[in-house]
Design a protein around this ligand. Structure first.
Ligand code: AP5
Length: 223
């Protein structure tokens, strides 16, 4: 049973790796960013309120995010395990997650912290293109679609996320250092944290991620 948190700065590749690991391990992929973007696309009240924060590169308030994740992890698909991609992002969120899991006598099995240089993060975010239909992620250099601006999976148009503009990227990186990076200390203190060098290509990062997940379960890494 895997109950993982993926930590790391914007653009480090958390989503790319979470999609892949969730399929490989048959667990739920819980991306708070995707949940908020779905709420925006549906013109839901939550989405409209969250968009203001997201477009500025700020965090959505803790109480909103804690309620959202608490409902999501109670869904049946999470009973087989989950990867939390983008939550927690603040100390109050991390403490709320502990309380949520304690209610059902569960605990996290591991926290993977993905690391890359700021230059690489800015390159990845600036070149990211996201499918307006299925949400699949591409990159103009490292993962270009077969047809320019068209999703390989569903044929919908690719777009640049509103928060992938230079000012929002700068602010997201600042917010990450101020509010989210301290969580590494929080989880290291509980011997849950494993760091993965995310500067390599997606396949190599996936192998390192798998090795870290196996190590957190006390298993031998896959060769
Ligand atoms: P969210 O969507 O979670 O954004 P993020 O954490 O900033 O992460 P990203 O989605 O930007 O990047 P990623 O690490 O997933 O990278 P990806 O795999 O896409 O959140 C958005 C906003 O929602 C937040 O700013 C906040 O406002 C709000 N929010 C969400 N959760 C919240 C919470 N808990 N509390 C409060 N507010 C919250 O990869 C990026 C690019 O790089 C892609 O183009 C990809 O193809 C490419 N790439 C990936 N891996 C590699 C590789 N190894 N080599 C080369 N290229 C790669």
């Amino acid at each position: 049973m895997l109950r993982l948190v993926f930590l790391g700065p914007p653009g480090v590749g958390k989503g790319t790796q979470a999609v892949r690991l969730a399929v490989a391990e048959s667990v739920a992929h819980v991306s708070t960013g995707d949940m908020l973007r779905e709420a925006i696309a549906e013109h839901a009240a939550l989405g409209l309120a969250a968009k203001e924060f997201m477009d500025r590169g700020e965090l959505v308030p803790d109480e909103v995010m804690i309620g959202l994740v608490s409902d999501r992890v109670a869904k049946p698909d999470c009973s087989r395990g989950f990867i939390l991609d983008g939550f927690p992002r603040t100390l109050p969120q991390a403490e709320a997650l502990d309380a949520m899991l304690a209610e059902t006598r569960q605990d996290l099995t591991g926290v993977i912290a993905f690391e890359a240089t700021e230059v690489e993060l800015i390159r990845r975010l600036g070149g990211r293109r996201t499918c307006s239909g299925c949400g699949a992620t591409f990159h103009i250099e490292s993962k270009p679609p077969k047809l320019a601006n068209v999703c390989d999976n569903c044929g919908s148009a690719l777009m640049t996320r509103d928060d992938d503009q230079p000012d929002a990227i700068r602010r997201r990186l600042q917010v990450y250092h101020e509010k989210t990076e301290p969580l590494e200390t929080y989880y290291r203190g509980r011997a849950l944290l494993r760091c993965v060098d995310a500067t390599l290509g997606p396949d190599d990062v996936f192998q390192s991620t798998l090795a870290s997940v196996r190590a957190s379960q006390g298993e031998q890494p896959i060769a």
